[in-house]
Design a protein. Structure first.
Length: 257
């Protein structure tokens, strides 16, 4: 479950609680989203043991200097109400990001148990390799926009080869993909929604983990999309489709096409 822009405090907290009690187990937030307190409240309210929840957050690009990374990571723990997070990301390789200072701080936070795993977000292949070569801790995830009209083939291949997850944010392209004619046609063939087709597509991709967000209305629909099985013909038609769409402006982040 992604949590960017899912509402004010109470709506966000209740959406997280409902999601966890429905069966979601991966909750993704960030300093940038300004909702870590609400996400933490939702986790605390849910009738789900904390150890069953995989919680991820990200360091704000402006906070990626060595000192700020170390300081604000602990501030995130305080806001979330937890002793550690399961995954801590470098959110964007921009602004205060410095491979040496930022990644040294992440290594120390990993060694100190502030986070169980290290991830990066919006990294292209070259930046990923640079980070992987500097860190002793394995990079377990690279989070990028990924959906049928932005398949991220190069980054998916890198994830497969290096053994990390490609975490797909905006797997519905912020809703912009839902009227696409091909995807709508495939959805009609299965008597389902275009959103379900997009999430089922992501679920079939090797190494891809989609994290759809919703203010609550589509929690169940998104969760059950994993039950949809696309045919080989469906997947071939999507693979051969040359329409492309990016929902999030990449400038100035060096994202792959």
């Amino acid at each position: 479950m992604g949590t960017a822009n899912v509402g004010e405090f109470e709506q966000c907290a209740e959406t997280v609680r409902r999601a966890l009690e429905m069966g979601y187990r991966h909750v993704d937030t960030a300093q940038m989203y300004e909702n870590e307190r609400a996400v933490g409240a939702g986790i605390e309210r849910a009738d789900v043991p904390r150890e069953e929840v995989f919680l991820a957050t990200k360091i704000l690009p402006d906070n990626l200097s060595y000192e700020d990374t170390r300081r604000t990571a602990r501030e995130s723990l305080d806001r979330l109400g937890v002793d550690s997070v399961d995954l801590l990301y470098v959110h964007w390789p921009i602004s205060a990001y410095d491979p040496e200072g930022t990644l040294d701080a992440f290594q120390e936070l990993y060694d100190e148990g502030v986070t169980d795993h290290v991830g990066v977000s919006n990294f292209d292949s070259e930046l990923f390799e640079e980070a992987a070569n500097r860190l002793n801790a394995p990079i377990v995830a690279n989070q990028v926009e990924c959906h049928p009209l932005l398949p991220q083939d190069d980054l998916r291949a890198l994830a497969r080869d290096r053994g990390h997850a490609l975490v797909a944010y905006s797997p519905l392209a912020g809703g912009e993909i839902l009227d696409d004619p091909l995807l709508s046609e495939i959805a009609a063939d299965h008597d389902t929604s275009t959103a379900a087709v997009c999430l089922a597509w992501a679920a079939t991709r090797e190494s891809v983990v989609p994290i759809p967000k919703t203010g609550g209305d589509h929690l169940r629909d998104n969760f059950e999309a994993g039950e949809l099985t696309l045919t080989d013909d469906d997947l071939d038609r999507i693979a051969d489709y040359d329409e492309r769409l990016r929902a999030i402006d990449p400038d100035p982040a060096p994202w792959n096409q």
